[in-house]
Design a protein around this ligand. Structure first.
Ligand code: ZN
Length: 421
């Protein structure tokens, strides 16, 4: 199994977001996760998320929206008006985006011929409708994006994001400058590796294991949610997979009389499958920072483009242990050759934090505890984790994909060769 998370710190539109001040239209936002919030100032912010839309049949369905346009901005205060040494701000009152001007909105409405008078024929509504809770223009843009009428937008969960596209950077394109490398980088590598590992028709001919990739939401806020890593979701999925009798894949018609509840082999199949399973928890790691090198433990300074970083912590903030490190080395050794080169194997690095430093954590320890399966934490090195725009290494994407492919392809055979009582 390979596990990752898909969420990142961001600003999320509040349930009632319509605000204005000093002639500006403003949008109330909540902070999601532990962002480096000062990096969100002076960015060109768009909107994306999910919307609940009432259809003509009366049913309410989820639709995804993405308004790829700089609609909002959190403006800094000019240095001439505030010469503070360190940039400090209030997250409620000063991390507060502007979305337009009141005058422009009035002109837009007048242009549309919208009547200002109150509609007295309105039906009873349990809650204020979306166009009353949010700026009408924003609701209209969201409705447009999902081909619905504004009055059919029942509710939405929409976040702000930087509209600047990801790009390669550095003198020889060795960097990736992008938002959300933590953790879409590892989500991407895991997805590509799983797809790649089953590309050949014969890929699963001798496979005795199930290759599974799980990408969770809500890691940045602690994972204790219905679909987070600290829920019963992954154990539930594995339980269902493990009690499927092999014959149900082959020919379900032929053994209708088969009662799996009475099969002694299946009653403990879940526990058995976990005892011989292995989970790689893939989440980004910290590359050494040239301007703050003293913040890193002297012998554990991961370098960019030198391969995935195995994270070790004596207090189990990371779930890595020795048998896992040994297994991963074998996996890395057997990794497929780099495209167009003879370079075999994937380089690996190790990381521990200084004893006098705080330490992050991942979905690794909680999944290890919930599953009782061997687990290892690793991730590609990056700079500026939780910034609005982060920096990673371009080669490390290839490194991780090759490593994860090798894990999927070779785990079943390697598992038997590493003996732990
Ligand atoms: Zn992360």
């Amino acid at each position: 199994m390979l596990g990752a998370h898909t969420d990142s710190p961001c600003l999320k539109i509040k349930p009632v977001s319509k605000k204005q001040g000093e002639g500006f239209l403003q949008v109330g936002v909540e902070t999601y996760g532990g962002g480096l919030w000062h990096t969100w100032f002076d960015r060109d912010l768009g909107l994306a998320g999910r919307v609940m839309v009432r259809g003509s049949d009366g049913k309410i369905a989820q639709k995804l929206v993405h308004i790829d346009k700089p609609l909002l901005r959190v403006p800094t205060l000019a240095i001439h008006l505030d010469r503070q040494e360190t940039f400090q701000f209030n997250k409620e009152t000063q991390l507060f985006p502007i979305a337009g001007l009141v005058a422009a909105e009035l002109k837009r409405k007048a242009g549309k011929g919208d009547a200002i008078e109150e509609d007295t024929t309105k039906e009873f509504s349990v809650m204020k409708v979306t166009t009353q809770r949010h700026h009408e223009h924003i609701v209209e843009l969201i409705a447009d994006d999902c081909d619905a009428d504004p009055e059919d937008i029942v509710d939405f969960e929409v976040v702000l994001y930087d509209t600047q596209k990801a790009c390669l950077g550095g003198l020889t394109d060795e960097f990736i400058f992008s938002a959300r490398l933590d953790n879409l980088n590892q989500t991407y590598c895991g997805t590509m590796a799983l797809i790649g590992s089953v590309k050949k028709d014969s890929a699963l001919d001798n496979e005795t294991a199930i290759r599974l990739f799980a990408a969770f939401d809500h890691e940045e806020i602690g994972s204790t949610t219905a679909q987070g890593a600290d829920s019963s979701m992954l154990p539930g999925v594995i339980r269902r997979l493990s009690v499927l009798p092999a014959s149900s894949f082959a020919d379900s018609e032929s053994d209708k009389s088969y009662d799996k509840t009475n099969d002694p082999d299946l009653s403990t199949a879940y526990e058995q499958t976990l005892s011989c399973s292995f989970l790689i928890s893939a989440d980004m790691a910290h590359s050494v920072h040239p301007n703050y090198a003293a913040k890193y433990e002297a012998d554990h300074k991961p370098e960019m483009n030198k391969g995935p970083v195995i994270k070790v912590n004596a207090n189990n903030r990371y779930a890595t242990n020795s048998p896992g490190i040994v297994l991963l080395q074998e996996v890395a050794r057997k990794a497929p050759k780099k495209i167009d080169t003879d370079e075999a194997g994937v380089p690996l690095q190790v990381f521990v934090v200084r004893n006098d430093s705080s330490c992050g954590s991942t979905i690794g320890p909680m999944l290890a505890a919930a599953l009782g399966a061997r687990t290892l934490d690793l991730g590609n090195p990056q700079l500026s984790m939780h910034s609005c725009r982060e920096t990673g290494g371009a080669d490390d994407v290839h490194h991780a994909i090759r490593l994860f492919s090798s894990f999927f392809e070779h785990y079943s055979s390697l598992e038997k060769t590493i003996l732990v009582d």
